[in-house]
Design a protein around this ligand. Structure first.
Ligand SMILES: [Zn+2]
Length: 474
């Protein structure tokens, strides 16, 4: 199997460290808000990577973290605490916020037929391990304390920029654009391992540590969670291209300083989804979530189909028009499969060697750095092929579905626009309850902010004599 490795900037022949098991790590979501469809694009491609590895015969152990501890506004150490921002916005505790959006994330990935990682690790479950990790780095001389925070000194590592291949001046300017400089750092790229003081107040999640009460830096979770669950070396570390210059660079610096070994063999990075304002993000432009696509009447798997027709290393522009054409193509594909199934009508015909040509074609495309778009064309070819009987066609569809996961053999009528489930209903009712109480206490500002919060999610409240009714905006 051929796979692009960011570390070497080239396509390499994939060979795992241990031939019996591929160890794979993926940076998971930060759960202070919904995932946007750009985040979800990456999780779809990572799902394809994992399923391709399994398809070609490897065992895989995949680990994903959930960032449920205050991760900051940018990849650097300054900025506003996102979790606290979410909590204020929704009048909840940070723990409630984390749980709510963790659940929301898993609902999204189920709808997109993304397999859950074998190990899901919450960042807040590893606090003692971070402290032990930092103590070791401290003993080895890689850290310093300034203004109450423990920093990693990047001048102590050789080749800090081996993944990003950027010079330090470029990195410095890049990080300066976004945030104010922390004057306590010895070098601009030094990063915090443990905070006891930060630029914002009221950090809600705090723990005891040898350096004082505080909380871990962001980069440390991925290093420690992967060491604990995958050992000191792994095959593939995945994430978005935006993580290359800071997050993944810092993960490498601290992990390799800790173990004294090369940590990751292959670095895999997914490209951005673009909206009309450029890179999709939570802070700019329309906040596109999977629920929003559903509210607009799209099937989540149409989005998966749309994504699979692009290559993970290419930027992809999202428009509702292009999603609509992808949906049309996806529904057509499904109905072609259904036609074959109707023709076969339960009578099993012989599966002959004729299937091998298609299987080999499919495999060669996905093994070629995950060329899903070409793999899908093999599907179209086999459905119209004269040299295959219906059973052979269905056999192949089922086989390819192990990777593509487009529910092509699921013929039940889908509940296309059933976008509110029990948990969301519970959430909405809780918010209404809080608003009612706020009004009773004459806290009209809070009541209004709850109403607006729901409105942003497409939920309209109507006050009636019988109580508050709600409905979904069209
Ligand atoms: Zn990470």
């Amino acid at each position: 199997m051929e796979l692009y490795n960011t570390l070497s900037r080239s396509i390499e022949n994939f060979k795992p460290i241990d031939e019996n098991l591929v160890r794979m790590y993926t940076c998971g979501p930060t759960v202070y808000n919904y995932a946007h469809i750009g985040n979800l694009r990456m999780y779809i491609h990572e799902d394809i990577l994992e399923k391709t590895l399994r398809y070609v015969g490897y065992n895989v152990k995949r680990v994903m973290n959930i960032t449920d501890v205050g991760h900051l506004e940018s990849d650097s150490d300054e900025g506003e605490d996102k979790m606290l921002k979410g909590a204020k916005r929704e009048n909840k505790t940070v723990w409630e916020i984390a749980q709510y959006y963790t659940d929301a994330f898993f609902k999204d990935i189920v709808k997109l037929n993304i397999k859950k990682a074998d190990v899901i690790a919450k960042a807040t479950d590893y606090i003692n391990e971070y402290i032990e990790f930092i103590k070791t780095l401290e003993q080895k001389g890689f850290t310093y304390v300034a203004n109450g925070n423990v920093y990693f000194d990047i001048t102590k590592v050789e080749n800090y920029t081996k993944l990003s291949k950027l010079d330090l001046d470029t990195l410095q300017t890049a990080s300066r654009d976004e945030v104010t400089e922390d004057l306590h750092k010895k070098n601009p790229q030094d990063f915090v391992l443990w905070f006891t003081k930060s630029k914002f107040e009221n950090q809600a999640m705090k723990w005891e540590s040898p350096w004082g009460i505080g909380y871990p830096g962001w980069h440390i979770e991925c290093s420690v969670i992967s060491l604990k669950n995958l050992g000191e070396q792994m095959d593939i570390h995945c994430g978005g291209v935006d993580h290359i210059p800071v997050h993944h660079t810092n993960e490498i610096a601290q992990t390799e300083s800790y173990t004294g070994k090369q940590w990751v063999k292959y670095w895999w990075h997914g490209e951005f989804l673009l909206d009309n304002e450029g890179k999709m993000s939570k802070s700019s432009g329309e906040f596109l979530t999977l629920s929003l696509l559903e509210k607009k009447g799209f099937n989540p798997l149409s989005y998966r189909y749309f994504i699979l027709n692009s290559h993970y290393r290419k930027q992809l522009a999202f428009t509702f028009d292009s999603l609509k054409s992808a949906e049309n193509a996806y529904f057509k594909l499904k109905s072609r499969v259904k036609t074959v199934a109707d023709l076969q009508n339960g009578t099993k015909e012989e599966i002959t060697e004729a299937v091998n040509k298609y299987k080999n074609d499919f495999k060669s495309h996905i093994e070629n750095d995950l060329n899903t778009a070409n793999a899908i064309t093999v599907l179209y070819e086999l459905l119209k092929a004269d040299d295959l009987n219906s059973s052979e066609k269905l056999y192949l569809v089922e086989d390819f579905e192990k990777v593509l996961s487009l529910s092509l053999l699921n013929f039940e009528e889908e509940n296309k626009n059933d976008s509110v489930d029990d948990q969301e209903v519970k959430y909405i009712e809780e918010m209404i309850q809080k608003r009612t109480e706020a009004k009773k206490n004459k806290n009209f500002a809070l009541a209004d902010s709850i109403r607006n919060e729901l409105l942003e999610k497409g939920i309209v409240l109507e006050d009636t004599r019988q109580g508050v009714n709600w409905k979904i905006m069209n």
